[in-house]
Design a protein around this ligand. Sequence first.
Ligand SMILES: NC(=O)c1ccc[n+]([C@@H]2O[C@H](COP(=O)([O-])OP(=O)(O)OC[C@H]3O[C@@H](n4cnc5c(N)ncnc54)[C@H](OP(=O)(O)O)[C@@H]3O)[C@@H](O)[C@H]2O)c1
Length: 229
Amino acid sequence: MNESLLLTIAVLGGTGKEGKGLAYRWAKAGYRVLIGSRSSEKAVTTASEIMELLEGSSSVVGTTNIEAAQQADIVVVTVPYSAHRNTLESVKDALKGKLLVDTTVPLVPPKVRKVQMPPAGSAAQEAKEIVGDDVEVVAAFQNVSHEHLLGEQEVECDVLVTGTSKKARVEVLTLVEATGLRGWDAGPIENSVVVEGLTSVLININKEYGSTYAGIKITGASNPAAGSE
Ligand SMILES: NC(=O)c1ccc[n+]([C@@H]2O[C@H](COP(=O)([O-])OP(=O)(O)OC[C@H]3O[C@@H](n4cnc5c(N)ncnc54)[C@H](OP(=O)(O)O)[C@@H]3O)[C@@H](O)[C@H]2O)c1
């Protein structure tokens, strides 16, 4: 058995649209998944829904955000930007020595078609400031619409992975592959500003052209699998 499949992934805010879809895909790939929420009851309900969809021996358990972060090897944050700081501060102590994956786009409603980055540069850089030096932060999935994650349909969007170290990015590229999507090492965490900003561009395209899941694809390069260099 692939050793990575023994890892436990906590999805904070995994009761929501993006988190539930990612949790489903990781559970399907064999990871042990913990759904985190402000309400353990809500998390338990979401975990049962995912287990029902998978109809198999997958492991998906619902609990609070803090317990999920404590028990996991890798912690993924999937909450709206308005809840980003509070959520990270509430689990900060549990993250030491772990890998944090941030999916957040710093949208500021109602102007979600316009790129509006926080003073740190991006949501991922802000996350790094909050969680501190003992935590590797990798940003990913910001351009992937939740629409087709909960199911077998191909998701027509590549995943640009930026982060605080090459090793951490490679680890997350493995997680991307496990979701069935194609990932690319997009460089240091400072580059996350471009990836997060692209989401406002995609939202604008959706609104202008009547779509709901516009995505991005990298062309002109090959062998994007994690660790293949
Ligand atoms: N939706 C997409 O297609 C998509 C695509 C790419 C990236 N993203 C990013 O993924 C993140 C989640 O997006 P989403 O659409 O999945 O969000 P969502 O469904 O609106 O919310 C996700 C979860 O966040 C928690 N939450 C909501 N408001 C909160 C608050 N005020 N304080 C603390 N927790 C709160 C809730 O969990 P509990 O109530 O269980 O605590 C909720 O189920 C965002 O940062 C977004 O930019 C989303």
